[in-house]
Design a protein around this ligand. Structure first.
Ligand SMILES: Nc1nc2c(ncn2[C@@H]2O[C@H](COP(=O)(O)OP(=O)(O)OP(=O)(O)O)[C@@H](O)[C@H]2O)c(=O)[nH]1
Length: 482
């Protein structure tokens, strides 16, 4: 798998989420209501119902007239008096209507009752007489066949009524919205229609499809156009929504990733710090990290590190200790001596005292090697008990010890050596029941800036020790630098 950074991962995640948001937006867009249905009142507007009611009343009126015995008598007799009486009756019944009697096939008017504009009505009275026709003056005309008792058609009754209130009725037509447009149309033959009235914004007629509401019993219909929202306009809110969502997603994801990256980086830095501290054997009490994933491993590593450091310290200490006397060994002495010798140039004074147990060989020979070991161990313990913490005690080998007095001039070292001699125990129990009278000889000297090597002071102290031995033991001799 190729290496990828947290930020690159964040970019991929943000891109995936933005894509997902895009798909969601598209689905949301596609599932939106395509076009609002016309308001409920448009199923059958009040004006349409009123016009239909008018047409229905006219049809019933025409049917009543056609079935009336006097109308039949008029058609059968063709007597003007009969017909005129009937026409007068009908006129009294409906003063707004014009009623004509037309004989079948001949389109011949029966005499004596020709009110109104008969020529125009005759022109529209063709066919089987059951259809409705109208003119642009908003007259509603109906023809009703007149049948005799044998079912033979004798002619037609034509009823025409002006509908002056049509304009005001159409004006009551509620438009679905301010930008809508409506027409009252008269259906012609074929698909054509004639516009009788208009309302609203005619400009939208070009782009929209009308909703048609037929007016039953009349040759009219209402056509309503509603504005269509352009595609760009309808897509824009969704696109803007998606862009805003994408921006928010991108900001959130990248902010989260940056925060995670910083936390991981901080935790890794702490890990590196821990490793460095472990290398320098200087572990801190704790290594705080903000990520829980790093907390437990670091705590475990810290515990292990402390154990390792403890062991390391033990090993280091052991490497510098004399295993028998538990004071510093020769190697450690050499290092310390070198360190003190180097500091002479800064004006410091350091002294040293070599100590050798008197007649040690005799102890070995008399009481055995183990008893000799005990003497070495207890001599070392006694030195530790009688000297200052700042004094450096080492066993150089055999029964020979050396004490370094750092930052101590020779005169002061002499006092310390005398005090040591006074404080050291007089006897030491070698093995249970066997006590040895302790006696030791010492050679004291000091480090000098004139010395070429650090060992020259040791050689002087050694010479002083030899002098003490030769002088009868149990004494300390001093050999100052030349
Ligand atoms: N028990 C024991 N003996 C040791 C050890 N190291 C050295 N020796 C012995 O210590 C003795 C050193 O004796 P010397 O210092 O030469 O002689 P001495 O008897 O102390 O005589 P003077 O120093 O002149 O008083 C030798 O016999 C060594 O074998 C040790 O670690 N343990």
């Amino acid at each position: 798998m190729p290496h990828t950074s947290i930020l690159r991962f964040g970019l991929i995640l943000a891109a995936a989420l933005v894509l997902l948001a895009g798909l969601g937006t598209v689905a949301f867009y596609l599932s939106r209501p395509q076009a609002l249905p016309l308001p409920e009142e448009f199923d059958k507007p009040v004006m349409a119902a009123q016009i239909e009611f008018l047409a229905d009343a006219l049809r019933r009126s025409a049917a009543q007239i056609a079935a009336h015995p006097q109308t039949l008598a008029c058609f059968v007799s063709a007597a003007p008096a009969v017909c005129q009486t009937q026409a007068a009756n009908l006129h009294a019944l409906n003063q707004d209507a014009t009623v004509l009697f037309v004989t079948a096939e001949q389109n011949q008017l029966l005499p004596g009752f020709l009110p109104g504009d008969t020529r125009r009505l005759l022109a529209g009275a063709g066919g089987d007489g059951t259809g409705a026709t109208a003119t642009a003056t908003f007259n509603l005309s109906l023809s009703q066949p007149v049948m005799d008792s044998d079912g033979k058609r004798l002619g037609f009754v034509i009823v025409e009524q002006s509908v002056p209130q049509l304009q005001s009725l159409f004006d009551t037509l509620p438009l679905p919205d301010a930008a809508a447009y409506a027409e009252l149309q008269q259906v012609q033959t074929g698909d054509t229609s004639m516009v009788l009235m208009r309302r609203g914004n005619q400009a939208i007629k070009r782009d929209a499809h009308p909703t048609l509401i037929a007016l039953a019993g009349t040759p009219w219909q209402i056509a309503v156009w509603r504005p269509i929202t352009p595609v760009v306009e309808s897509v824009a809110p969704y696109a803007i929504g998606w862009l805003v969502a994408s921006l928010v997603i991108a900001i959130l994801v990248m902010a989260t990733m940056l925060s995670v990256r910083n936390r991981v980086t901080d935790s890794l830095r702490m890990l590196v710090k821990f490793t460095n501290d472990l290398r320098l054997l200087r572990l801190r009490a704790e290594y705080p990290v903000s990520l829980a994933e790093f907390k437990t491993p670091l705590e475990t590593m810290l515990k292990l590190g402390k154990v390792m450091m403890g062991r390391q310290k033990e090993v280091t200490t052991q490497a510098r200790m004399d295993h028998l006397s538990q004071v510093n060994n020769r190697r450690s002495f050499d290092e310390k001596q070198k360190e003190l010798f180097a500091s002479l140039k800064d004006g410091w004074s350091h002294s040293l005292l070599i100590l050798d147990i008197d007649n040690f060989k005799q102890v070995n020979d008399t009481f055995g090697h183990e008893a000799g070991d005990q003497l070495i161990i207890k001599f070392g313990d006694a030195l530790k008990a009688c000297l200052r913490n700042s004094d450096f005690i080492a066993r150089l080998g055999g029964d020979e010890f050396c004490v370094l007095f750092p930052f101590t001039p020779l005169e002061r070292a002499q006092e310390l050596a005398e005090r040591l001699r006074a404080k050291m125990p007089e006897s030491i129990e070698l093995i249970p029941g066997v006590t040895h009278k302790l006696s030791w000889s010492g050679g004291l000297s000091e480090y000098s800036r004139d010395d070429k090597q650090e060992n020259e002071a040791l050689a002087r102290a050694d010479a002083a020790l030899l002098e003490a031995k030769r002088g009868g033991r149990n004494a300390t001799r001093v050999r100052a630098a030349a």
